[in-house]
Design a protein around this ligand. Sequence first.
Ligand SMILES: Nc1nc2c(c(=O)[nH]1)N[C@H]1C(S)=C(S)[C@@H](COP(=O)(O)O)O[C@H]1N2
Ligand SMILES: [Mo]
Length: 299
Amino acid sequence: MTFKTTLRWSDVTPHSAYLNRRQIMAAAAAAVVARPALAKSKYSTDDAPNTYEQITTYNNYYEFGVGKEDPSANAGDLKTSPWKVKVDGMVDKPGDYDLGDLISGLPIEERIYRFRCVEAWSMIIPWQGFQLSGLLDKLGVQPSAKYVAFETLLRPSEMPGQKQSILEWPYREGLRLDEAMNPLTLMATGLYDKPLPNQNGAPIRLVVPWKYGFKGVKAIVRITLTDKMPPTTWNMMASNEYGFYANVNPDVDHPRWSQASERRIGAGLFAGRQDTLMFNGYGDEVASLYAGMDLRANF
Ligand SMILES: Nc1nc2c(c(=O)[nH]1)N[C@H]1C(S)=C(S)[C@@H](COP(=O)(O)O)O[C@H]1N2
Ligand SMILES: [Mo]
């Protein structure tokens, strides 16, 4: 398939061309005052991050095509402002929220996370975002709720992949409530100190670092609190290959390939594969969530 490629204004016009020197100095000073450096999170990995270029040009986002470079080429036209998020189900404060209202007051942190795709490649990504737990506390989760479900925007006019039945649209994902409340679970709004690029899920996407990347649903427009395990896109597509839990697990292979090792994007031709870690290396924080569960049956 071929999609239209459109340059964005920011691609063709250096911002500085529109500002005189005094404005630049004032803007720089304001930026310093308005945004103190984000503290290094105790949840961040020490691994060296992938480059911005790598993170923004090697993507999975089937709404914009199935090739790794399709999202960076085709997502530029997606309009992410204004952005509404519907909150419904077993929650005290349901509603149709403007994104800014929904997330106001929630502390944004930088988190450098390992990221492992189910296709057995990985990256290190410096996200900015807030803990999903903070948002859920603000919304008031009712005692009957056991899961959180998420939906991506459905807008075929700006998401050309949705004109084809590659997947069942809109893209859906979900977490058990205790997974959603875990401090590692992030709602990302930025990347490398910049607003989230469209191809990475602007304006808001989920990041769950101990799970395969497909759990990280992009361009979220709906959050539902429910007492039933929600249907999820890849599980609906092929339930024998993609489970609801999708925990990174080197001992449970995908039916068509091994999950024991991974290829680090950008590591170079001769770097070799590296061992995949249980829960992607986040076992200390999350293994207790699955105590007593058979992770072969619940993959
Ligand atoms: N809406 C939507 N979200 C999605 C996908 C998608 O196709 N559509 N792909 C998933 C998969 S398989 C991965 S690996 C990650 C990729 O995130 P990244 O492009 O920011 O690395 O997004 C996930 N979220
Ligand atoms: Mo993925």
